[in-house]
Design a protein around this ligand. Sequence first.
Ligand SMILES: C[S@@+](CC[C@H](N)C(=O)[O-])C[C@H]1O[C@@H](n2cnc3c(N)ncnc32)[C@H](O)[C@@H]1O
Length: 357
Amino acid sequence: MSNSAEFDKSKAKHFMGKFQQDLASSMAARMCALGDRLGLFQILAKNSPLTSHQLAELAEIDERYSREWLQGMTAAGYLEVDSSSMAYTLPPEHQMPLADENSPLFQGGILELMVHSMTPFEELVSSFKNGGGVAQSSFHPKLYDGMSRSSGVRYRNLLLQQWIPSLPKVQAMLEKGVQVADIGCGNGLALLILAEAFPASNFIGFDAFPPQVAGANERAEKAGVSNNVHFEVADGSEPLPGKYDVIFTFDVIHDMPRPQEAMVNIRTHLNPGGVYVMQEITAEDHLHDNVGPMATLKYGMSLHYCMTTSLAHGGEGLGTCGMPEKVVRKMADEAGFSDVVKADCCNDFISLFEIWP
Ligand SMILES: C[S@@+](CC[C@H](N)C(=O)[O-])C[C@H]1O[C@@H](n2cnc3c(N)ncnc32)[C@H](O)[C@@H]1O
């Protein structure tokens, strides 16, 4: 430890305050995940104000838990309470992120993803010590619900509204009618939205993790759009059935055990005139520029899911911040692509690239 002459007391005090705030925030997020899982925010949004007994009855939960949760969420600043009636309100201004699954601001998916990413804690500790990683199968299936609810907010609100219009050549191809593949399709929502919007094209989704594909097929059946879309288990780094005019990866390459091989594979599976569209998580070219709350979230998700699941397969473990533009361009070049065009809808979370052979 440094000597007292160098010790900045106000810096230490400031840091302790920040630490306690972070600790409290992680508890608030965890209590929010309980509220999301049990439908408490939705009940409050419809019926506020509610006492703990009324919430317990409507949500069919134990009153003691209802009371503690309401008080905890009020302490965290999420709810308001009338101290004479002890009735709690979810203010209208707090409802979109917490209670409205269709809102572009909805956060329930990321909450579900986050809490379930943290459960194989001792396995993760062991990976720190011994190498390797936590396999996808080690996580509770609800993690994958959280993943698709979380990315679903983007697909429902941005895919057709911003992303595809920002790629006019790709849009024209999809409208005309082409063969399309989505590698690492997860629960399939992006492809289902595209299949419905572009009925002249044919869509196939591949994912290496069988439960994701089962979820995607179930979703397709429920949506009744199995006409021009189907899903199969396949590793995107290995030969795939068929060739395609447009290949998408949505939030996938940084998770893959063999990302460079996957990009070579993608180029091999493009028809002449075809294009690869890569959506990735935005990261800064210089690692030390990835700082602050957004970068903390990205590194946290990386350690708890993205990087560790890749390392579990002896993979590269690029991680959530592993695909800054500089790396995308280098990998595309090494995979034999000749042109990378960055779409103008990119922001500090989402990056989108058109990659031409
Ligand atoms: C972060 S998830 C994204 C899923 C989906 N695209 C979405 O946005 O909801 C990454 C997906 O890539 C899949 N994946 C990872 N490595 C893969 C590989 N080598 N081949 C195919 N899919 C892979 C995972 O199983 C997972 O479903």
